[in-house]
Design a protein around this ligand. Structure first.
Ligand code: ITT
Length: 189
């Protein structure tokens, strides 16, 4: 079985491909623009996006809406993460955090999956810290400035290891549990 990963971000596709390889579910990068409604709720963005994708007749897919929520910035960039990444980028976030002692932050990822005519929406979180400088060449987006434990950044750790602890990896675990409960994948896998 194959699921389409509807996204403009190839980094997400690579992470899903690794996470689902053991279940025998392949991932195909599928580009289909859809509206991301302006709301502070990731799940609402995902569920409205799924309504639109389904109206276009597309089935068996995954979308995800993610964001980085920085404690000292009252949750910014949060739902505006894609815009912040494109405009001020990681240097801009580090600048806003200059001299700030509280480095706490969390990544959140809401996944919407349509599989065999059923809809599943789950959210995963990963807490960590904003670094003082960018580190690492791997990953994408905010990975070079986020560390889950104060050590290596997400851009410095291999994709399998990131999946084992990340917001997206945690959401995927919930998604797979739900797929098993509904007998959409074999329970022994
Ligand atoms: P699509 O909406 O087309 O899927 P996107 O990259 O715009 O792609 P999001 O809106 O979900 O995805 O992501 C908001 C921003 O957060 C964006 O700049 C991402 O690069 C970044 N981001 C999401 N997940 C991330 C992760 O695991 N590590 C680092 N940055 C991440």
């Amino acid at each position: 079985m194959k699921l389409k990963v509807i996204t403009s971000n190839p980094g997400k596709v690579a992470e899903y491909a690794k996470s689902f390889a053991d279940l025998g579910i392949g991932m195909e990068h599928y580009r289909l623009p859809y509206d991301e409604v302006q709301t502070s709720d990731l799940e609402e963005v995902v569920s409205k996006g799924m309504d639109e994708i389904e109206r276009k007749g597309v089935r068996d897919y995954i979308i995800d809406d993610s964001g980085l929520f920085v404690d000292a910035l009252k949750g910014f960039p949060g739902v505006w993460s894609a815009y912040a990444q494109k405009t001020i980028g990681n240097p801009g976030i580090l600048k806003l955090m200059e001299g700030v002692g509280d480095r706490g932050a969390e990544f959140r990822c809401c996944i919407g999956c349509d599989i065999s005519g059923q809809r599943i929406i789950v959210t995963g979180v990963c807490r960590g810290y904003i670094t003082d400088s960018e580190r690492g060449d791997g990953g994408f987006g905010f990975d070079p400035i986020f560390t889950p434990d104060g050590g290596r950044t997400f851009a410095e750790i291999p994709i399998e290891e990131k999946n084992g602890m990340s917001h997206r990896g945690n959401a995927v675990k919930l998604l797979i549990e739900e797929m098993k409960k509904r007998n959409l994948v074999r329970a022994h896998q």
